[in-house]
Design a protein around this ligand. Structure first.
Ligand SMILES: Nc1ncnc2c1ncn2[C@@H]1O[C@H](COP(=O)(O)OP(=O)(O)O)[C@@H](O)[C@H]1O
Ligand SMILES: [Mg+2]
Length: 317
């Protein structure tokens, strides 16, 4: 039984121009102890999948449905109170995109890390602070950092604080949303190494969200490629990187710069489609070099092209 299994998940947002189909019938699973990388261009619905799993939804939700099995139980069936009490932060936590720049500027970071223990566990402040300091140490920060304010810390240190926050309730699954995108390349490498160490030490599972395929390859066991609100390819990292099947994945991989090759970098012509009126059939067909008449008519289903390797493309039917 996988730790997390998402089936037929939808999340649409209400706007004056019509519903935005940010997550449109998405299914995947995360085995215990593994990292699933969720990759795709900006605006394809990656963050929306994260907030749908953690049920931290904006007010303008138009449609939110599907099955989310965690440890075998359908957590979509829990009411908000049960979900808050048993799942959010305790079992599943999230490092939000840009969170390191959203720390409270007037509260010492130790107290911010300790806050869930005080609020949700009813722990007294000193005890909670002690645990927060341990959490800060586990992410490679000296205990003294607990007394510092966010503006006194570097970007890398702030990101470590945010990771400590995600760890504080000892969850089993952490959703990491672009956790290194705002950092320079050396700091990014340090944070990636930290994430790998924490995963080993705490037996965590990750959903690692990024637009950066090369970065995802650092940590991914399996990869889900998203395009315009849908998963178009899903497989082990080896399958997706070494033998990508979907034309979109092939283009994405060809667009990753590699050192000292003569190969010309490819770019993907056309633009990312609107999620209000996505193209009919396969959403990638307007940009696809291999499109056939069926592609603009019938939405391709994910089919297994080899063991554990799924692709939604009419070329393989
Ligand atoms: N609260 C919201 N209301 C309306 N549209 C939204 C809202 N949040 C996100 N979107 C839109 O949903 C789509 C998917 O967004 P998002 O999940 O943030 O994508 P990603 O994380 O891949 O960049 C985008 O078109 C974005 O503009
Ligand atoms: Mg995002």
């Amino acid at each position: 039984m996988p730790l997390l299994e998402v089936k037929d998940l939808y999340l649409y947002y209400r706007t004056t121009r019509g519903p935005v189909k940010a997550v449109d019938d998405v299914s995947f699973f995360v085995p215990e102890g593994e990292t699933l990388a969720l990759v795709g261009e900006s605006g394809c619905g990656k963050t929306s999948i994260g907030i749908a799993i953690l049920r931290v939804l904006p007010v303008n939700v138009h449609l939110y449905k599907g099955t989310i099995l965690f440890e075998g139980n359908d957590i979509m069936k829990l009411n908000d109170e049960e979900f808050r009490r048993t799942i959010r932060w305790r079992k599943i936590s999230m490092v939000f995109q840009g969170a390191m720049n959203a720390l409270n500027p007037v509260i010492p970071v130790g107290l911010q890390v300790a806050e869930p223990l005080i609020i949700h566990e009813g722990m007294d402040k000193d005890e909670a602070l002690k645990i927060a300091m341990e959490a800060l140490e586990s992410v490679g920060l000296p205990k003294i950092v607990a007394r510092r304010y966010p503006h006194e810390l570097s970007g890398g240190m702030k990101q470590r604080v945010v990771i400590a926050m995600a760890l504080i309730m000892k969850p089993r699954l952490i959703i990491l949303d672009e956790p290194t995108s705002a950092l320079d390349i050396i700091t990014q490498a340090n944070i990636m190494n930290l994430l790998k160490r924490l995963k080993r030490e705490h037996k965590l599972s990750y959903i690692f969200i990024t637009h950066d395929l090369a970065l995802a390859s650092e940590i991914a066991d399996r990869v889900a490629v998203m395009y315009a609100g849908e998963i178009v390819e899903l497989g082990t990292a080896e399958q997706v990187y070494l033998s990508p099947k979907h034309p979109y994945t092939q283009k994405l991989i060809a667009a990753v710069p590699t050192l000292r090759t003569e190969k010309k970098l490819e770019f993907i012509p056309g633009e990312v489609p609107s999620l209000i009126n996505p193209p009919p059939g396969c959403r990638f067909h307007p940009r696809c070099p291999y499109k056939k008449p069926v592609c603009s008519k019938v939405r391709p289903k994910l089919i297994e092209v080899e063991k554990d390797h799924l692709v939604a493309c009419h070329l393989y039917e």
